[in-house]
Write a protein that binds this ligand. Structure first.
Ligand code: HEC
Ligand code: HEC
Ligand code: HEC
Ligand code: HEC
Ligand code: HEC
Length: 434
């Protein structure tokens, strides 16, 4: 009898202990956000005042003189870093926690509260006070001009000889990756086991082909060089377009990949078997493809279509990351391609005897997020925008008959390296990514 009582007490204590351990784990150990804090982005960029000679820090006002740069920036995802519907939906899911703003609208001038202390590095416990200098309109500008260019009452930039109506300061880091590092290399927190952090674009670039062998920096591909006046009426200089095309631009993603398809046999017959092999190369990105946000992925598909275009068979494979989010974050698998790395995808099919004018379509799509997450954001977090979140970036049809050999020969040759050229004169249009 006494033994049995002790037994119950033992189990009760164990249960209590477990509950306490779980409580401590979730409230004290496991971070509430999917990344760790690093000193630079744990804080907002300090408050900046308007440099003498200027009306405001607003991008539009910079645009009065730097018209082309302003027009480019306006079409870039940096200008949407706060208004971006995908950001807004995910931010809502994370209870609009302040830390996100340190990269998506990072100037103190753009933030509604000031962070005075982050007890034990727990973002949800941060001590916040209202920021009386908060400007909501400026917040909407996201990663705006002043985020990169305004410090200590001056405009910092890449030149040491400019003559401007505002104070300027030469800062050599504009021509290095340093300027991108702060926001594009997000690190892991405690109890988070990622390969190179949740968003490790810089780490994926460091020491790899385009850096090591070509000496390229982020700007080489994301801010193409251009010869033009820096400000209206000024001298012509070698500068860079402020475009930053990436995952939201199918044309940019097309530049990252090279694709080649082979088949065996080269002249398949109805009733016979045929194997297709698709080789996918990361030919033009300085980092892994996909990079950045952990949701990004590619799908590589083979679709057999009959003479009416009806899909009769389908094979799909995925390239991306598999991350276990609960109870701790563990990156189980990462099959993304490093610069110049390639992978082969095979597809074997037995052609029905009566198949006539059937084809195999090889297709590659890029996904900003999965269909499931898109649905979840629409249903629960107010994502209303119809912004495309997946694009076809490669599509080619191959006949399942004797003409296959010819179709295979017609493929363009593999091309490596992101096209980087200096554009002379005025920019032609803003839709491209040149
Ligand atoms: C009244 C016109 C005017 C306005 C407004 C203006 N700028 Fe300038 N800015 C210039 C001129 C002129 C130059 C020098 C061009 C040259 O030397 O080729 C310049 C130079 C620069 C440079 C290069 C500095 C260097 O030395 O590397 C940057 C960066 C810059 N401006 C950013 C900004 C930003 C950001 C804003 C808004 C906060 C802004 N400018 C507002 C006229 C203006
Ligand atoms: C202050 C933080 C910050 C800095 C500095 C910064 N970025 Fe970004 N960048 C962002 C954020 C935030 C986004 C995502 C915006 C979104 O999708 O809502 C982004 C998006 C991008 C994208 C597009 C991704 C896509 O999904 O289309 C590219 C490319 C990019 N940045 C390149 C650069 C380069 C190159 C530099 C350095 C010259 C740089 N960024 C500096 C914060 C920053
Ligand atoms: C994410 C950071 C970032 C943002 C945001 C940004 N710039 Fe720049 N800017 C740069 C970098 C990097 C360079 C250096 C380009 C180079 O090597 O010539 C630069 C260069 C410049 C120059 C010098 C001319 C040139 O092409 O080098 C001017 C002027 C300028 N920026 C104005 C602006 C204006 C105006 C805005 C907002 C409409 C803006 N920038 C937004 C990063 C940024
Ligand atoms: C050799 C050219 C090249 C270099 C160098 C390069 N990139 Fe890229 N980047 C690309 C291409 C091409 C894509 C489109 C493929 C993709 O989105 O996966 C891309 C995509 C991106 C994206 C979008 C990812 C997404 O879908 O959200 C970001 C962010 C980015 N790059 C940032 C950087 C940063 C930061 C650096 C420097 C550390 C850098 N890139 C260096 C070519 C380059
Ligand atoms: C250290 C900087 C940093 C912080 C902090 C940060 N982000 Fe981002 N975020 C980025 C960058 C850079 C990108 C650019 C694209 C990429 O790398 O894929 C991005 C992209 C995104 C995207 C993808 C947008 C799109 O259009 O697909 C979402 C959603 C997002 N962030 C949400 C958040 C949320 C929510 C938080 C806070 C919990 C947060 N971010 C905190 C830097 C940051």
């Amino acid at each position: 009898m006494a033994r049995r009582k002790r037994g119950i007490r033992f189990w009760m204590l164990l249960l209590l202990g477990l509950a306490l351990a779980l409580y401590i784990f979730y409230t004290e150990l496991r971070p509430t956000v999917i990344f760790g804090l690093r000193d630079d982005y744990a804080r907002a960029i300090p408050f900046q005042k308007v440099p003498t000679g200027l009306k405001s820090l607003k991008a539009e006002d910079c645009g009065a003189c730097h018209r082309e740069i302003y027009e480019e920036w306006k079409t870039s995802i940096h200008a949407f870093a706060y208004r971006d519907p995908f950001f807004q939906a995910y931010w809502k899911k994370d209870d609009n926690i302040w830390i996100c703003l340190n990269c998506h609208a990072p100037l103190e001038n753009q933030q509604p509260t000031l962070i005075q202390d982050i007890p034990r590095n727990r973002v949800e416990r941060a001590v916040q006070v209202p920021n009386y200098r908060f400007d909501p309109e400026f917040q909407a500008e996201g990663v705006t001009c002043a985020v990169c260019h305004v410090r200590d009452g001056a405009i910092w930039g890449p030149f040491d000889d400019s003559v401007a109506p505002h104070p300027t300061k030469f800062d050599p880091s504009f021509r290095t990756t340093q300027i991108c590092y702060r926001c594009h290399n997000v690190v892991s927190g405690p109890f988070q086991f990622y390969n190179v952090g949740p968003c490790g674009t810089y780490a994926e670039y460091e020491g790899k082909f385009f850096m090591q062998e070509r000496g390229m920096i982020c700007q080489s591909c994301h801010m193409p060089q251009v010869l033009r006046p820096v400000a209206d009426g000024g001298p012509i200089r070698l500068g860079r377009r402020h475009l930053w095309r990436g995952g939201h631009d199918p044309e940019m993603i097309k530049r990252a990949i090279a694709v080649q398809v082979t088949a065996d046999p080269l002249e398949p017959k109805p009733g016979g078997r045929v194997t297709f092999r698709l080789t996918l190369v990361n030919a033009g990105a300085g980092h892994k493809i996909p990079t950045g946000d952990p949701d990004r992925h590619f799908t590589i598909e083979f679709l057999v279509k009959d003479e009416h275009g009806k899909i009769v068979h389908h094979q799909a494979e995925t390239m991306g990351r598999w991350i276990l989010w609960q109870p701790v974050i563990v990156e189980v698998y990462d099959n993304r391609l490093l610069p110049l790395a390639s992978r082969e995808y095979d597809f074997t099919y037995t052609i029905p005897k009566d198949a006539e004018r059937w084809i195999v379509e090889a297709r590659i799509r890029y996904h900003i997020l999965t269909d499931g997450q898109h649905e979840m954001l629409r249903e629960r977090y107010g994502l209303t925008a119809d912004d495309p979140y997946r694009f076809v970036i490669y599509q080619r049809a191959f006949p399942l008959d004797q003409t296959l050999a010819v179709a295979l020969q017609r493929q363009p040759a593999l091309q490596f390296g992101c096209a980087v050229s200096v554009e002379a004169g005025r920019t032609k249009g803003l839709s491209g990514t040149s």
